[in-house]
Structure formats: C-alpha cells, structure tokens
Ligand binder design. Sequence first.
Ligand code: SAM
Ligand code: DTB
Ligand code: SF4
Length: 362
Amino acid sequence: MNAVAKPVFNKKAITDIRHDWSREEILALFTQPFSDLMFQAQTVHRANFDPNQVQVSTLCSIKTGACPEDCAYCPQSARYDTGLEKEKLMAVQAVIDEAKAAKASGATRFCMGAAWRSPKGRDMGYVTDMVKGVKGLGLETCMTLGMLKSEQAEQLADAGLDYYNHNLDTSPEYYGDVITTRTYSDRLETLDNVRNAGMKVCCGGIVGMGEEESDRAGLLQQLANMKEHPESVPVNMLVKVEGTPMADQADLDPFDFIRTIAVARIIMPKSHVRLSAGREEMNEQMQAMAYLAGANSIFYGEKLLTTPNPEASKDMLLFKRLGIHQESYEIHMDEKEQAAALVKSLAAEQESIKNDKFFYTA
Ligand code: SAM
Ligand code: DTB
Ligand code: SF4
C-alpha cells in the first residue's frame, strides 16, 4: 500500500524568500516524484500570485546579427553561418511604431534586444530615446543589450528603463562549454550594475543545451542566492538553429523542462517565471503544464528576436480555453512627462536618416 504523502511546506515556507539554497536541496526538489513537485509549485504559486494571471511581453530586435560573441546557441553570432541577415540599429521612430503595434495587440511590456557584446558610447543616446518613447506609450520597458558598465546602467535607469535582461544562461560549471568570449563573473558584474542603478532584473537561462540536471539546479541556485531575486526569470528552451554548434542537440525530456519551471517557482516565490523561448515547439498541453508549474509570463507575438513564436491569436485562444487573464500594467508617469519624453525621442528621430527603418551599422 502506498504511504500518504506528507505535506512538505508549512505556511512560512511557501512565501519565505531565501538566499541560502544549497545545490543538494535544489536537486532534491528536482528529483522528487513529478506529482509532488507540481503540488509544491502550485502551493507556492497560489500563495504568492493569482494563478490564472499571466504577464505578456513582446520582443523587438532593435539590432540584429553580426554579434562578435560566440554563444553556441545563438543564431546572431557572426561566427556561425545561420543565414541570418544582419541589420543596422533601428531608427527610434520605427521602434516606437513597433511598440504601438505591440500595445494594440495586448502586450504590457516591450523588450528591446540588441546583438551586441555591450553598447558603445554613441549608441546610448538612441537607446535611451527608445526607452523614453516606448514608456511614453504607457508600456513597461525592458532592454537586453549585452554587458553594461555602471554609468551605462545609470543612463538607462535615468531614461526610465524598468527592466534589464541579462541571462546567466546555465550553471557556472557548464558555462565554459557554451560561451568563451565573456565570463560568468562578467555577467554577474553587469547584473550588479543593473541592480545598483535601481532597475528591475530579468535574469534566467536556457535548458536543453546538453547540460545535466545538476547544471539546471546550479543555474537556479545562482539566481535564488542573489542578494535580491530577479523580478523576472526567463526559462528558455533551446531553439535549435541550423548553423549553430547546438543545432543537433538532443531533445530534453519535456518533463525536465517543466521541472525546471516548477523548481524556479518554489525557490523564487515572488518572481515572475517566464515560459520563454521554445514555445513554438511545445504543444498546448505542455504550455498548460508550464502554467500549472508556476510560469506566469510569456513572450507574445509571432517572433522572438529572430526565430518564430506562436501567433498571438493562438495564445489568446489558449488563454481563453484555460481561463487565463493577462496581467495589467498602469504607468505612474504624469502626462507632462510622457509628452516631453515623446517630443524628445521624436526630435532625435528627425536627426536620424529620414524614411529609413534602420539607422546605422552598430
Ligand atoms: N546580446 C545580448 C546578450 O546576449 O546579453 C542580448 C541578446 S541575447 C539574444 C538574449 C538571450 O537570448 C541570451 O542570453 C539567451 O539566453 C537567449 N537566446 C539566444 N539564442 C537562443 C536560442 N537559440 N534558444 C534559446 N534562447 C536563446
Ligand atoms: C530571453 O531570456 N529570451 C529572449 C529574451 N530574453 C531577449 C530571447 C530569446 C531568443 C531566441 C532566439 C531568437 O529568436 O533569436
Ligand atoms: Fe551575441 Fe547575445 Fe547572441 Fe551571445 S546571445 S551571440 S551576446 S546576441
């Protein structure tokens, strides 16, 4: 006869924010029976969030391809022939137009990504204008531009950037098998600079890159043991792109992906956990299971940065079938400030080349 499962959590444990997780404790969460793990994740999720609410972000690649870094998963690295057409930095107005369209289709956060190792001095004025213009539309803003110095983080924070995305990608031990052109501690330094500048941190990683379960535990351990948990934790399933060194990587067991979401939910109870890249290859049942495991954020819109994502209408239909509603966002900027932000970004646009979606080779 089966023993009755003992309740694992007391009331305090489900809302407790801890920063002292050991690898063994995290691995013990991973390796327990699937049903027990899902029950714990649901318990934590329901104690901290509306379980039927999901935050919706749209991505925009403001500068595509020709990146000098060697991230083995990435279609935008100049080192791999992925057939991707490189593009110049988008013009400020073109970014604002895309943000307007994203807002009209229901997104509340607009995430701008650039295929850079780090932004250069001459880029900063343009990206800060993008932040101001997008914020002026009443959207939350997020950027991912590579490594940031503390002054650059401050400039972005001053422009009103809400979130900065910079992923640790994997465990410290597996990291060297994936990227050699920047170190784990470089990444931690950028994350410190973002936090010290007062922005919210969006930091997660990729699973399905040939790593072990212990590496997935190691990534989550790094995130949960930061001084403050990242407000947003994207869990990406590797998108295998022809031409990258990871194109032929073996598939990860889908349950191991769901387990990663569930453990992230348990050890970072108040963070938004994002069911991030890889949804195009997931069926609806798997996505529903990810929501059950505690995912409460997605990228919404037909494209991620360079690879496809499910159509917005399909996501809306799935939300309807599951009884999920979108998290709303209200901007607390007074109207004058909004108008000034828009005027400033439009003025910068006048200086850039006219009638061109792109600006300069960055
Ligand atoms: N260049 C900047 C950087 O790396 O910090 C920002 C853009 S980069 C494309 C943002 C993140 O996208 C990466 O850190 C990685 O986690 C994720 N990513 C890139 N290619 C991916 C892929 N093929 N599958 C899943 N996630 C991917
Ligand atoms: C994140 O963690 N995932 C997003 C976002 N942050 C920038 C990017 C996913 C990229 C997937 C591959 C591509 O479309 O190029
Ligand atoms: Fe460049 Fe970012 Fe891609 Fe790495 S992940 S190659 S830094 S765009």
